[in-house]
Design a protein around this ligand. Structure first.
Ligand SMILES: C[S@@+](CC[C@H](N)C(=O)[O-])C[C@H]1O[C@@H](n2cnc3c(N)ncnc32)[C@H](O)[C@@H]1O
Length: 311
């Protein structure tokens, strides 16, 4: 896996622009809303992260660092557990929202938020934190080396990291033909970064680009069939992708020893006539995973969650 990308400066700027864009402002109102069917998987992954955190049996004086804390939904829950908390996020409006949510704890001096990049030196002391929590923000990190060297610097000896990231091989994506083909490309060419699920992108943005890039502007390549699913996002961000194996290798590379792992959610269906089928299947798979009857299922869940100890 590439630990550092070549266009880091563009990435820094684009990540900053995107997460400070007005569009991302409204998200915190519905991302963890129980009534929004799309929130179920975020709520479950957060619950599993918090369960892992509670099971570490930390003293109340423990200090938790969260990277990419977003609108503070997890920050609030960590503060409610009684721990001291510091959150870092590149988005000014999300930091403000987090502070609002955790106002009580901020006033007590038990929570604080830093509006900065998690790829730059953290304005924090060495050996100060008991746990570092990362939920869904590692895909934006261009320079994993810098990020992990800061994590290791700020973590105490015998501390932990809890990482929760979307899975590039989620079952949910393997049941649609186009997305399945894309996953095969990810697998065969060991792709590091997200590719949009259009046939054009699969040919011109994957490692196959050596052959097909020259046809990028051809008529055939720009037919509706070839461009269906294309991503016209204006921000030029290289989003990393993670599988269970990839996360395990990254943590191992940066000297963390895995002590527990699981997955969260397989399907989060819309309320239509197939809802009961997909929802029941999701519950069954989730149970088989939680009861450790089929632990390998975590490699196909929507999110993968790992707890590891600093070596
Ligand atoms: C998908 S959101 C996840 C938010 C939150 N952890 C949650 O689970 O709800 C990703 C977050 O990471 C933050 N982020 C992305 N890249 C960052 C960077 N380089 N430095 C700091 N924060 C970053 C974004 O601003 C955003 O709040």
């Amino acid at each position: 896996m590439k630990l550092k990308i070549s266009n880091q400066e563009i990435q820094d700027q684009e990540v900053k622009n995107w997460w400070n864009d007005e569009k991302t402002k409204k998200w915190h109102h519905f991302t963890y809303d129980q009534n929004n069917y799309l929130s179920g998987h975020l709520i479950l992954r957060q619950k599993k992260v918090l369960d892992f955190l509670k099971n570490l049996n930390l003293p109340e004086s423990a200090k938790i660092l969260e990277l990419g804390c977003g609108a503070g939904q997890t920050a609030q829950k960590i503060c409610e557990l009684g721990f001291e908390y510091v959150g870092i996020d590149i988005s000014k409006h999300l930091c403000d929202e987090s502070e609002k949510k955790c106002e009580k704890y901020v006033k007590l001096g038990k929570a604080s938020f830093l509006n900065q990049s998690i790829e730059k030196e953290y304005l924090l002391k060495d050996n100060d934190f008991d746990v570092c929590v990362i939920i869904g923000s590692m895909q934006y990190v261009g320079n994993l080396e810098k990020c992990f060297s800061e994590i290791r610097r700020t973590l105490k000896k015998d501390s932990y990291i809890i990482v929760c990231q979307a899975n590039m091989y989620a079952l949910l994506d393997l049941i649609y033909p186009r997305r399945l083909i894309l996953r095969l490309i990810y697998f065969i060419f060991n792709e590091d970064f997200l590719i949009s699920p259009s046939f054009k992108s699969m040919l011109c943005d994957s490692k196959l680009k050596n052959i097909f890039k020259r046809f990028e502007n051809s008529k055939l390549m720009n037919t509706k069939f070839m461009t269906k699913g294309e991503d016209n996002w204006k921000y030029k961000i290289k989003k990393r992708m993670f599988s269970y194996r990839r996360l395990k290798n990254i943590l191992g590379y940066f000297n963390f020893k895995i002590i527990n792992k699981t997955g969260a959610t397989f399907f989060f269906p819309k309320k239509n006539i197939f809802y009961w089928f997909w929802n029941s299947l999701d519950l069954i798979l989730q149970k088989l995973l939680d009861l450790r009857i089929l632990p390998f299922l975590k490699s196909f869940s929507d999110n993968i969650i790992i707890v590891a100890k600093k070596k």
